[in-house]
Design a binder for this molecule. Sequence first.
Ligand SMILES: *Cc1c(COP(=O)(O)O)cnc(C)c1O
Length: 384
Amino acid sequence: MTASAMNSNCGGRDHGAIHVERAVIDWTRRIFGFPEGTSGLLTSGTSQSTIIALAAARIHALGRDVRANGLRDAPDHVAYASSGAHSANQKALELLGHGAQAVRRIPATGTNGGMDLAKLRAQLASDRAAGKRPFCVIGTIGSVDTGACDDLDALADLCAQEGLWLHVDGAFGCWARIADHPWRDLARGIERADSLAFDFHKWMYVQYDCGAVLIRHGDAHRAAFAMRPDYLEGQEDGLGGGDPWYCDYGIELSRGFRALRVWSCLRAYGLDRLARKISDNCRQAARMAALVETADELELGAPVVLNVCCFRYAPKDVDAGRQDMLNRQLATRLQLGGEVVFSTTKLGGRTFLRAAIVNHRTRDQDIDRAIAAVREACGALGRQ
Ligand SMILES: *Cc1c(COP(=O)(O)O)cnc(C)c1O
């Protein structure tokens, strides 16, 4: 409410709201272990952050001429991501003009549902042999479907050897870095990324919309976006003073005071309390998986590594195609019933119910009730 009433424009110039955004970015930079000189920007979410990060990665690989010439000199640039990577990554490469074909999808059959590194290496080698120009690996921590995590340390090693930019999609999962063990270990290596896209509006419980991007190479970030028309010329002092101006680091010129929401959340609750809630959400997902495993008629879709639990109603005497239909019906019935709401997703082509637990109010009893409600609804469907 305060941010709306103040109605600040955080595109640039020198005023209080800009200083709050700088403080928030510096705070996140330190949390994720990025060095000084890292640049950052608050965004509408990970989708926008990804476009910004990959634009910086491209400038880093191709040089500044890409802004004048477009992709004329770069028809063969390719990026690599897990088969479980979010659609936002492909969308960003499409919007940047590389096309969906520029994304190589690597099977997610490694530890914690991460990319198979041997397959990644093989794809890189065959692309190089075919004259393609790899420029970026996109690591995921916390895939949207199952919470799967790439081995970021191993990806950072590989990117260092191969001269590639490591971008990390950490939308919600990056916050594992502040959680208890064992979840914290999933984020190991995140501090070695060249860029990180993430949200405050998922797992940091900040109101929509609010995400951010951090970029280790502040110069590449600025080179990808800076463009000052005459009326925005900087000054030594006064309203036109100060640096950075956020319009030089992203798509938007005029932009609101998102930073106040993050800053207030941190001031009000403190990092430790937020971290405890994040760990609780992971425990709750594990609790849900344990309950699923005690139910004969339910089947877990993937091991629970973070805060996402996928499972399905899988009555033994029913074929898989009909099971899919039953699970779609189950999701709708539960949603309309209003006691518990699951989304659905597909794993291996089959329909699963999906719970991504990112609510600070969720308690263990809610998990127990949710599964009880599912089992009741399964019983009702089975009797139809
Ligand atoms: C939600 C999500 C995104 C997209 O983020 P928005 O904030 O919705 O734009 C990207 N990647 C992952 C892994 C996500 O969970």
